[in-house]
Design a protein around this ligand. Structure first.
Ligand SMILES: Nc1nc2c(c(=O)[nH]1)N=C([C@H](O)[C@@H](O)CO)CN2
Length: 124
């Protein structure tokens, strides 16, 4: 019997910076702050690897653009809400079966280099 192995290919976006309104406090609703996004997204890279056609690839430029516009429109209070909404939007828009998303807010806790949340959604 021939069983297929789980797909371990990914497309990556690391350190994507987005300026938006984010936070729970009154002062935070009046300023832009920087968010930093890391994404690992399952994708069968054998197809674009054979065709050399970006139409077969998960276009990291298009995903980056979508992340930025989504967070600017959403203006979340909690990072958790931003991450959950973003993950759901990316999965349905691009047909991503599984992703790991890290959303960091580097300025939030002065004594820390960064704080944030990480979620994984879907199945590989
Ligand atoms: N788990 C979380 N804790 C906190 C969040 C958050 O989004 N998730 N946000 C804040 C404030 O907005 C903070 O960033 C202001 O410095 C506090 N805790």
């Amino acid at each position: 019997m021939c069983r297929s192995l789980p797909l371990t290919d990914s497309v990556l976006i690391e350190g994507l910076e987005v300026e938006t309104v984010v936070g729970v406090y009154d002062w935070e609703r009046k300023v832009n702050q920087r968010l930093v996004i890391d994404l690992e997204m399952a994708w069968d890279n054998r197809v674009p690897g054979a065709s050399d056609d970006v139409a077969d690839a998960l276009d990291y430029a298009a995903v980056s653009e979508r992340v930025s516009s989504c967070l600017k429109r959403l203006q979340p209070q909690l990072l958790e809400y931003g991450a959950e909404t973003l993950a759901s939007d990316l999965q349905s828009t691009f047909g991503i079966s599984w992703l790991r998303l890290t959303l960091r807010k580097p300025g939030a806790v002065p004594a820390a280099r960064s704080v944030g949340v990480r979620i994984e959604r879907g199945v590989r």
